[in-house]
Design a protein around this ligand. Structure first.
Ligand code: FEO
Ligand code: CA
Ligand code: CA
Length: 732
């Protein structure tokens, strides 16, 4: 293990820069394993943070055997493969996770599984108590990351593959299967045990795992002191520009310094210093607000509540506010009612919604301190975060706001990245995530774009703004959507996951779909498609039905750039669609719809996952592997609706192919990998989500993974680990 140090081109012995690909490959063999160094097209050398970074691999990684057992030419596993060679998984509707020949998928961690030896295993016929879920897997597994654990320091070590902390989100719940007989109400109230189970089934899991170096078998270390659940009730601190603002004042924390819980944690991120980032996405639906509440609010409060989706007369998704406190204090339930009830905001929960919708930092190696909501990164339906870290430059965090017509944001730290801060925990978070600039993206039709700063007093963000009267930077970040509206940001087709290409620093963002593109949102070059598709020969779907993946490159390749170039890497489509819809040339081996989860592994293999409702008449959701090129490798194109756009090079079977399909009615989401590339983790979310009731499940996964004929088991969200039967490198 070497420390990360700034890289200078002249340190390299091989100075042949005539072939950038070749040059990069050599670099990757010699650099610190903390980060990948890449030679960018502009000639600048960039250190690009890549999620689970390439590890100090055991010696057997450097040679592989062919099927006859004959030693072959040594292969560098840290190198981006030249083409994809695993056998494509076909589209299917089977109730099982299907992986390529020679690979195996094993269920690792399913809803209700215990992470403490004191608690029993999950039992479909004896659903565990609500409070016990503080020590059990939550529901609806989502974003995920693997942090290598150094056995001697007990801290983060990105070179370690055989021991680590798997950290994952539990986005929401499927109450049908979470409770003994589905969700209930008694005299208009949700039973407290059910509400506690639901609140605890949200949040984040930290689970220690170990991997056998020879067989690659992965197991949970149930007795680990690191195992931990963060739930919808866990106390959290605020930091950053809105911390202490009156906008965050509640009866729980009149000073606006704390709140309880995180929920609807969708995509994720991680920091270069070794902490986890979890994003609060569709948080607004957890609150109730009476029809009469507007009459007690100031005009600007009503504007803000409306913009975030909490109109007067809104009911809550799960009715947590109806529970009667017995096990827990009544206040813990009352907080979901946002009505103005008292003379001051410090005495009620009118500001409750303002305490959610943030980027939350969790140090998985430190169970003593509270997680921290990093307010300077803005408040919206946060989905995912990708950090670009270059030694000596300011950090850039790219973030999506997943709703139709919402925006893509970037936060740039004031502090420049110093690798000495690795393992710096929340103190490093304070250094890099509190002070900085928040930007929103504007995409021009000519393939250029701007980052517009969201700063109080700049770009018209002041008291006299016609959208909202901004009075401070706390106002700007808390109502970032309003600020972005005011500066004319580009309305996108539901920005989901973001990831940085370790090869060249380009940033990719999934735009999952938008049924209203072409109607309430006119098409533009960055969101160019609006068409119709027939689902199951019955239902016509409209708009950007199948989604796309946009990518952009910062001017000068620096994190602080205020402009960029973009094109569309990939358009989702059915293989049989017209060529002016299927603009990327997808075939049956790689056609996909509604890209959502997405992550570049440190080699530069892009993993794309789907959360789809448009092609599920033909196939269950899936994960694909891709080897993208770079911005500008394609052409201009015109869509079926006559909008001009810029599309990346058409894909082939060598550069995009289906790696996995999931069970019935699931989403595939969340991705993590051990640094030796020998185990990849994915989450199967909400299998059987369309089940009529708990007694008639439409999926029986994960039981079907080992017993395909099972027709009775409850469907449960779960983490799956995929390894090669020969113990080799995934997609190597
Ligand atoms: Fe939770 Fe945007 O998916
Ligand atoms: Ca169709
Ligand atoms: Ca998602």
């Amino acid at each position: 293990m070497t420390e990360l140090s700034p890289y200078h081109e002249d340190q390299e012995l091989d100075n042949n820069t005539s072939d950038n690909i070749h040059f990069r490959d050599i670099l990757e063999q010699h650099i610190s394993r903390r980060s990948l160094i890449s030679k960018t097209a502009s000639g600048a050398v960039a250190l690009t943070l890549a999620s689970t970074l390439t590890g100090c691999n055991s010696s057997d990684d450097n040679s592989t055997n062919n099927s006859t057992g004959t030693p072959t030419t040594p292969v560098d596993v840290n190198k981006k493969p030249e083409k994809l060679t695993f056998k494509t998984v076909s589209k299917n509707l089977n109730d099982i996770v299907t992986v390529p020949e020679g690979y195996q998928a094993t269920v690792l961690y399913a809803l209700g599984d215990s992470i403490n030896p004191v608690y029993s295993e999950w039992d479909d016929n004896n659903i565990p108590s609500g409070p016990s879920f503080q020590f059990r897997s939550g529901d609806c597994h989502d974003g995920m990351h693997f942090f290598g654990l150094n056995a001697s320091t007990q801290r983060f070590d990105e070179s370690v593959s055989d021991r680590g902390l798997l950290v994952m989100n539990h986005e929401y719940i499927n109450p049908t299967f979470l409770h003994p007989k589905g969700p209930t109400k008694v005299d208009g109230r949700r039973p407290e045990d059910e509400v506690i189970r639901e609140v605890n089934a949200h949040g984040v899991s930290v689970v220690e795992i170990k991997k056998d170096k020879t067989t690659q078998k992965v197991e949970i270390v149930k007795s680990s002191i690191f195992n931990r659940r963060i739930t919808g009730s866990t106390v959290m601190d605020f930091a950053g520009v809105a911390a202490g603002s009156t906008l965050l004042s509640t009866a729980y924390s009149p000073a606006g310094r704390q709140t309880r819980g995180t929920h609807n944690n969708c995509g994720n991120g991680h920091t270069p210093w070794g902490t986890y980032l979890t994003t609060e996405e569709n948080f607004i639906g957890y609150f109730v607000r009476s029809a009469t509440d507007d009459s007690l609010r100031r005009p600007e409060e009503i504007i803000a509540l409306k913009r975030y989706g909490l109109k007067a007369g809104s009911s809550s998704r799960y009715g947590w506010e109806t529970a009667k406190g017995g096990i827990e204090s009544q206040d813990l339930y009352d907080r979901w009612n946002t009505d103005v009830k008292a003379d001051l905001a410090t005495k009620d929960y009118r500001n409750g919604p303002n305490t959610f919708g943030w980027m939350v930092e969790i140090d998985p190696f430190d169970g003593r301190q509270n997680p921290v909501k990093r307010t300077s990164l803005g408040r919206f339906a946060h989905e995912d975060s990708a950090c670009r870290a270059i030694v000596g430059q300011q950090l850039a965090f790219y973030m999506g706001d997943d709703s139709r017509g919402e925006y893509i944001y970037k936060f740039v730290s004031d502090a420049k990245w110093d690798s000495k801060d690795i393992n710096g925990g929340y103190a490093a978070g304070d250094k890099y995530m509190n002070a900085g600039k928040l930007y929103v993206a504007k995409f021009n039709n000519d393939g250029t774009g701007q980052w517009i700063e969201l700063a109080f007093g700049k770009n018209g963000l002041n008291q006299s703004n016609s959208v909202y009267p901004f009075s401070s930077q706390a106002d700007v970040v808390t109502f970032a959507r309003l600020a972005a509206d005011a500066v004319g940001a580009t309305k996108m087709d539901r920005p989901e996951w973001c990831t940085v290409n370790p090869v060249n620093g380009e940033i990719y963002v999934t735009l999952t779909n938008n049924s209203n593109r072409g109607s309430s949102y006119p098409t533009d070059a960055a969101n160019p498609r609006a068409y119709e598709d027939l689902y199951n020969n019955q239902k016509t779907q409209k708009g950007n039905v199948n989604g796309h993946i946009i990518r952009f490159r910062e001017t000068g390749d620096v994190t602080t750039a205020e402009s960029f170039k973009w094109d569309i890497y990939l358009f989702g489509a059915e293989a049989s669609m017209a060529s002016n819809i299927n603009l990327s040339g997808l075939t049956d081996n790689n056609d996909l719809s509604s890209p959502d989860g997405m992550w570049f592994d440190p080699r530069g293999v892009l993993w794309i996952q789907t959360d789809d409702g448009a092609y599920t008449d033909v196939t269950n959701c899936m994960m694909l592997a891709a080897l993208p090129g770079q911005i500008g490798d394609g052409t201009k194109a015109t869509t079926s609706n006559g909008t001009e756009t810029l599309v990346g090079k058409k894909v082939t079977d060598d550069t995009l192919r289906r790696f996995l399909t999931g069970p019935k009615e699931c989403e595939i989401t969340g991705i993590a990998m051990t640094p030796d590339y020998k185990a990849i983790f994915i989450n199967v979310q909400h299998p059987g989500e369309d089940s009529k009731d708990y007694a008639t499940p439409s999926s029986n996964w994960p039981a079907t993974q080992t017993n395909p004929s099972n027709k009775t088991a409850r469907p449960r969200s779960a983490t799956v680990v995929i390894t090669r039967k020969d113990g080799g490198v995934i997609a190597g």
